[in-house]
Design a protein around this ligand. Structure first.
Ligand code: AMP
Ligand code: MG
Length: 418
């Protein structure tokens, strides 16, 4: 197709213009889904001391090397070590320490015999007296049932990398390291604007010829999924003056990006491009992609601006292709990380040579994932995205794809296995 730019070229032009946002510090309790701005190097080991992995008796492995179910070795308990205490003395030969999971191993001990392999039958009432002797019914190797200092994280180890999108387990590691204040990238603030005389907000009744403004809400959700903070503006009518006013209002929120939908194609009322050119500048790029016709990109008062198509499917898909990587780059995350699987198309489709994103459901057939389109692929039919497990991506330059061909699928939800 002549005059069309490739998706990859357009995306790299966009990413060239995106700057990474500054770093801020937050409390670890607020860190879920935030992007780490520095490598986290462990200042101390985790666990911080060698401790027992079982409830039982800390022993010297050599003392019990001959123990067997019918030939117990008898030891003298000299210490009781609940978790949260420190042993008051070392173990000598023939001695044992009753020890609970997570309690520090006493000096002299080098292994733990689980209570089930002794004759002790204590009650978990917090006050069981130490027996005079304990029979050990099994030999243990040196280090058995013992967690060494630094076994989880060594001092000096890089535990988490800059750019990590923090998950609950990452937060657990930060807390284990005693790190209360976390350096993260500031979240991109994204002003969202919908334009169109036909749009009514969700709580307004529809006058003849009107539809509800779904794009603003979809885009706000997508911004949040990319780690951004959405700022939803009221609908702008299709006049130069109304669009100008809304864009100035957007700037007053000091956003990092402005994303609008509709009004950037060639209709007589598509005034957004005119106003954006006046308040900043705009490039209209004809991109070799389906769905999604022209994409507007530029700036409004120095703030990066995306003008997405009005059709709801085109708006969401072009957001995913172009805006998501930009927001992720600004927010310090990997712009290109996206969940992909490979699937086998289950039907023939005809194509027009553009890179095509088909809305598909996925199912398992034996060990392969099979993709079927979700009915109508009209760029106005949002249900095609509701039903879809993913977007199947057919590369540029093809006029047909056949049942049995393999393609990457960008997952839109987690696919469960039956
Ligand atoms: P346009 O880009 O203005 O030509 O709009 C293309 C199509 O998208 C038209 O059918 C519009 O009614 C529809 N559309 C535009 N904006 C929205 C919106 N915010 N929510 C839902 N549909 C929209
Ligand atoms: Mg319109």
């Amino acid at each position: 197709m002549g005059g069309l730019l490739s998706v990859d070229d357009v995306l790299s032009r966009i990413l060239e213009r995106v700057r990474v946002l500054p770093v801020e510090e937050i409390h670890v309790a607020q860190a879920l889904d935030r992007v780490l701005a520095e490598d986290i190097v462990a200042a101390a080991p985790v666990p911080p001391f060698t401790n027992s992995a079982m409830d039982g008796y800390a022993v010297r492995a050599a003392d019990v090397s001959g123990a067997a179910p019918d030939a117990p070795v008898f030891l003298t308990p000299v210490l009781d070590i609940p978790a949260g205490t420190t042993p008051s003395r070392a173990l000598g030969p023939g001695q044992a320490a009753r020890i609970m999971t997570g309690a520090p191993l006493p000096p002299g001990a080098d292994a733990v015999v689980p209570v089930e392999q002794t004759d002790d039958r204590w009650q978990p009432n917090g006050e069981a007296a130490l027996p005079d002797r304990v029979a050990v019914h099994r030999a243990v190797a040196m280090g058995e049932n013992v967690r060494a200092t630094g076994e989880d994280i060594r001092a000096g180890q890089v535990a988490l990398r800059r750019g990590a999108v923090l998950r609950p387990q990452d937060i657990g590691v930060l807390v284990s390291l005693g790190q209360a204040r976390i350096p993260v990238f500031r979240q991109p603030r994204v002003a969202i604007l919908s334009t169109g005389d036909e749009l009514a907000d969700v709580d307004q009744p529809l006058a003849p010829g009107q539809i509800h403004n779904s794009n603003s809400y979809v885009l706000a959700g997508l911004v949040q999924q990319c780690g951004g903070v959405p700022i939803r503006l009221p609908v702008a009518r299709d006049t130069l003056d109304k669009v100008r006013r809304r864009l100035r209002e957007a700037l007053a929120h000091a956003p990092d990006f402005i994303v609008s939908s509709a009004g950037v194609s060639v209709g007589t009322h598509d005034v957004v491009r005119t106003v954006v050119d006046e308040l900043g500048h705009v490039d209209i790029w004809r991109v070799n992609v389906k769905p999604g016709k022209p994409l507007a990109f530029g700036d409004v008062g120095g703030v990066p601006f995306f003008g997405l198509p009005g059709n709801p499917v085109s708006a969401m898909v072009t957001f995913d292709i172009f805006v998501r990587p930009a927001l992720r780059k600004a927010g310090g995350a990997d712009p290109h990380a996206v969940p992909l699987v490979t699937a086998v198309l289950d039907e023939d489709v005809t194509l027009d040579g553009r890179r095509t994103y088909l809305r598909v459901t996925l199912s398992e057939r034996g060990s392969t994932l099979v993709a079927r389109t979700t009915g109508t692929q009209s760029s106005g039919a949002l249900m095609s995205l509701v039903l879809a497990d993913g977007l199947l991506i057919i590369p540029e330059g093809r006029t047909a794809a056949r049942a049995g061909d393999q393609f990457p699928v960008r997952l839109l939800r987690q696919v469960t296995r039956s």
